[in-house]
Structures are given as structure tokens and as C-alpha cells.
Design a protein around this ligand. Structure first.
Ligand SMILES: Cc1ncc(COP(=O)(O)O)c(C=O)c1O
Length: 485
């Protein structure tokens, strides 16, 4: 039958093009280990992409797929590669790739309603409640990532703890300052959230950490005790389970005790590290996750779900609802669990109205790998990072930033001959970093700790192997020598 419009695809066309896409996905995944980890987007292509005119007439899908294969697929961010150790970016679980397509084919809005996607998201949330030890009647949402999870949780915290009707009166009605607490090692998204919530960076109090980059609970206690005397209203503490720089885990039990005693909200940022509750090494320490008022966990980090997949849990479901719920007449349903209404709508628990079917990729990945599969993968990442740290410790020209934690290793090229010249270390390691990134042999990122520049490897990669860790050590040493010359 002749097609009358580009919006109409026959079954044959869908199948033929779909199989082409599947072939392309397969090739991409299979060629990964033999391609460079990273190649920058070539300047001439960048120029073209920044200036290409808006298409006025449509093009056939094969032409568009050819452009994708030629211009786009060869220049990824790099995190699918087994030798990628930058920031906190994992490769995608293969089943999650297909889940994205299946979810898009259904294309539901998960604002609410009585359709399957809502129950999949509810199930995913229930599973995460079990993983972190939250009660079944707590609530949560799938969101874009750790930043949105933090903003959502801190909005509830502000609503719960400010002492007035913030939704009605706004912050401008308060003569007293609201305060939030974290260490300097807490992720930058909390500062953004504090700013967006109108609390202001000045009122984000930085609590001292110890030499292992963990919050000092006594310092937190002093700050929260002092603030009301100065007219401030302490709202929330942000504790980290796996700081982005070093993977440090704040002392959760002591911090939870302070929060309980001082009636302050405890938000735990487990965006990166919360899945380590499944590991044999960190499981017991992370059992205190259950003491939080809210938690962020990013399935798109250490659960290898394709980006974007963040998750926030709030223990008191009614508080979460009262912080966000706004049901204008055009959204009102009869509340029946049989009709369109279904369970209370997710849009009453967060900022977004129309919401994507993010839950499907998390649900499929959890079902496919199971807790046992995740335990093995996370244990393996931790083991590889520990092996890397040990090899670095044993290399006379490398310096390990200790203590090493979770699956992050910070280190630098620091041969003894540069002891007298420590200011040379930063430009030297910066040069090493750039050369390694551009070589395509591996990918590291960097950070600054106590004023010093460090190379940083984060292993959240089921494709990584023990020998790659040894090769990384050799690569850094070899590159260090070349950069010194
Ligand atoms: C510890 C931690 N918290 C929060 C975030 C922010 O998460 P996202 O980038 O998913 O918004 C990150 C991102 O790396 C992180 O590592």
C-alpha cells in the first residue's frame, strides 16, 4: 500500500528500519573494546553541526541513520568503553537500551493514571525501599538524576522544617534565615538546590571533615546548636554515601543521631554510593541508610541503567505530597482506583507534570540482573579499585590519595625527584591527564583535594578487567615520564 505521509510506517518499514538500528547498536557495542575510549568531535563536524540549517523538508530514515553512523556514533562521551574511569558514568546495561525503545513505543505520561507504567514505577520504588530499608508506606519518584533528586528532597525538607507555610507565604515572609549543612566534599548539586530554593549559598553551612573527607558529627552538632541562637532555622543536613571526589562515606549513625536530637531533616546523597549497600564490604556500614528522611540513588550511576535514571525516596509520603500537591480542575480525577484516576498521581509528589517511563529500564535491568547479579558487579568494581590502589601504592613514582573508598581511586604521578618542587606536580599531572584522554587508551578525570591536583579513576563498569587496572598504572607512569621530558 502506498504511503501517504511520513507519519505512517508500515509494519515492514518498522521492522526493516528497526533491524537496521539493532544492527547498528550491536556493532557499536561489539567494536567498543577495540576503538579509542574517547575521540573529540572533529572541528569541521562541530562547525557544521553548529550551523546546519533547520530542515524544511523531511528526509528518509535511512539517510538519517546513515548520518548518525557517520557523524554521531563514532564520537561518544566514552562511558560505554571498558577502559573509561571518568567522573561517575557507567556503561548502559544492554537490556536498558532496549527498555528505552520499548518505553518510547508506549510513550505514556507517568504523571499518574491507571495504566501499567504507573505500577512498574511503584514496583521499582518498592524494590528500592527494600534495598535501603525504608518503610513500605514511604514514597518516591524516578527523576532525571541526583541533582533533581536532591532538589526534590530538599524542597520537602524546607516545607517540613521551616515552621511556616512556605508554599503560601514564600521565603520572603521569613525574618529568619533557613540553614542547610554539608561538608565541602558534598556534591555541587546541593548548592544549586539551595540557591534554587531561595535559601542562598551563604546559608549552606560547610561542616568540617576529617582527613578521610568524612563529616565530623561534633562539628555538625555545634553548628546546629549555634544557629537557632543566632536567629537561624536549621532545615536539613546532607550526608554523603560516596562523595564524588573520593567515595567517602559520612558517619551516618552519628549524623542521624544529631539530626534526630536537633529535629533537622537528614538527606542522604547516595546518588553514587547507595548501591554499595549490596556489596559485601560496605553493606553493614550502609545499613544506616534507613535512618534518613530522604535518599537519592542514581540507577544511572552504579546500577548501570542508561542515563537518565535518578531516584528519590522520602520516608514521610504525606509530607512529600503536601510539599508539591497541586491539583487544578483540569487534572482532577475521581480518586477511584478502578478508573482513570488510580493511585495518587506521581505529579502530586514532585515538580514535573508529564513524566517519562523511566521506570521501565530500571525495572528490566533489576529483573535481568537480579540482586545477585548486582552484588557481583558492584563487588567486582570495588575489588578492581582496591587492586588499582594497591598497585599505585606499590609504584615508587605514583602517590595514592588515601584512604581509598568504594570504587574511586585518586592518585598522582609524583616521582621522588620532584619532592623539592611540589608546584610542578599540578601542571605535570594535568598534562598527563590530557595526554591520556586524547590517546584514547583510557579515560581518567581529575579533582582537587586539600588544594592539590589529583588524577581520579572511578570504576563503575562491568566491562573493566583486572589487567586493565595494571595497564592503567603503566600508562600513567609511561605518560608521566613522557610529559616530564
Ligand atoms: C555524589 C553525587 N551526588 C549527586 C550527583 C548529581 O547527580 P546527577 O549528575 O545525576 O544529577 C553526582 C553526580 O556525579 C554525584 O556523584
Amino acid at each position: 500500500m502506498k504511503k501517504t505521509s511520513a507519519w505512517e510506517w508500515s509494519a515492514e518499514e518498522i521492522r526493516r528500519f528497526g533491524y537496521e538500528v539493532v544492527d547498528e547498536i550491536t556493532e557499536q557495542l561489539m567494536r567498543l573494546p577495540t576503538t579509542p575510549v574517547f575521540r573529540p568531535f572533529p572541528p569541521d563536524l562541530a562547525e557544521r553541526y553548529l550551523n546546519e540549517p533547520l530542515p524544511t523538508e523531511g528526509a528518509p530514515p535511512d539517510e538519517i541513520l546513515a548520518a548518525f553512523k557517520e557523524d554521531i556514533a563514532p564520537y561518544p562521551f566514552g562511558n560505554g568503553h571498558p577502559r573509561f574511569y571518568g567522573w561517575v558514568n557507567s556503561p548502559p546495561a544492554v537490556i536498558g537500551i532496549f527498555a528505552e525503545a520499548l518505553a518510547a513505543a508506549m510513550n505514556p505520561s507517568c504523571a499518574g493514571g491507571n495504566h501499567a507504567a504507573i505500577y512498574v514505577e511503584r514496583q521499582v520504588l518498592n524494590w528500592f525501599k527494600q534495598i535501603v530499608g525504608f518503610p513500605r508506606d514511604s514514597m518516591g519518584l524516578l527523576v532525571s538524576g541526583g541533582s533533581m533528586a536532591a532538589l526534590t528532597a530538599l524542597t520537602v525538607a524546607r516545607h517540613a522544617k521551616c515552621g511556616f507555610d512556605i508554599r503560601l507565604k514564600g521565603l520572603q515572609s521569613s525574618p529568619r534565615r533557613l540553614t542547610i549543612y554539608k561538608t565541602a566534599e558534598g556534591h555541587g548539586c546541593h548548592q544549586k538546590a539551595t540557591e534554587l530554593l531561595g535559601i542562598g549559598t551563604e546559608n549552606l553551612k560547610i561542616i568540617a571533615h576529617d582527613s578521610a573527607f568524612k563529616m565530623i558529627p561534633a562539628e555538625l552538632d555545634h553548628a546546629i546548636e549555634r544557629d537557632p541562637r543566632e536567629g537561624n532555622i536549621p532545615i536539613a543536613v546532607i550526608a554523603s554515601v560516596g562523595t564524588v571526589n573520593t567515595g567517602a562515606i559520612d558517619p551516618l549513625e552519628e549524623i542521624a543521631d544529631v539530626c534526630a536530637r536537633r529535629n533537622v531533616w537528614l538527606h542522604i546523597d547516595g546518588a553514587y554510593g547507595a548501591p554499595a549497600i549490596l556489596s559485601s564490604k560496605y553493606g553493614p556500614a550502609l545499613s544506616a541508610l534507613k535512618r534518613a528522611d530522604s535518599i537519592s540513588v542514581d540507577p544511572h550511576k552504579w546500577l548501570y541503567v542508561p542515563v537518565e535514571a535518578g531516584l528519590v525516596l522520602v520516608k514521610d509520603a504525606e509530607l512529600m505530597r503536601s510539599a508539591f500537591s497541586l491539583v487544578p480542575p483540569y487534572l482532577r480525577t475521581d480518586g477511584s482506583t478502578l478508573g482513570v484516576g488510580g493511585l495518587p498521581w506521581f505529579s502530586e509528589y514532585g515538580f514535573q507534570q508529564t513524566r517519562g517511563f523511566r521506570a521501565l529500564k530500571v525495572w528490566m535491568a533489576l529483573k535481568h540482573h537480579g540482586l545477585a547479579g548486582y552484588r557481583r558487579a558492584i563487588d567486582a568494581d570495588i575489588m578492581l579499585a582496591e587492586h588499582l590502589a594497591k598497585s599505585i601504592g606499590a609504584s615508587p613514582d605514583l602517590e595514592l590519595c588515601s584512604p581509598q573508598s568504594l570504587s574511586i581511586v585518586c592518585f598522582r604521578f609524583a616521582p621522588a625527584r620532584l619532592k623539592e618542587n611540589p608546584e610542578a606536580l599540578e601542571p605535570l599531572n594535568n598534562a598527563i591527564l590530557e595526554r591520556i584522554q586524547m590517546s584514547g587508551d583510557a579515560f581518567l578525570s581529575s579533582t582537587t583535594l586539600n588544594g592539590n591536583f589529583w588524577l581520579r579513576a572511578c570504576v563503575v563498569n562491568p566491562g573493566a578487567r583486572l589487567e586493565y587496572m595494571d595497564e592503567l598504572v603503566e600508562l600513567v607512569r609511561k605518560t608521566g615520564l613522557q610529559c616530564e621530558m
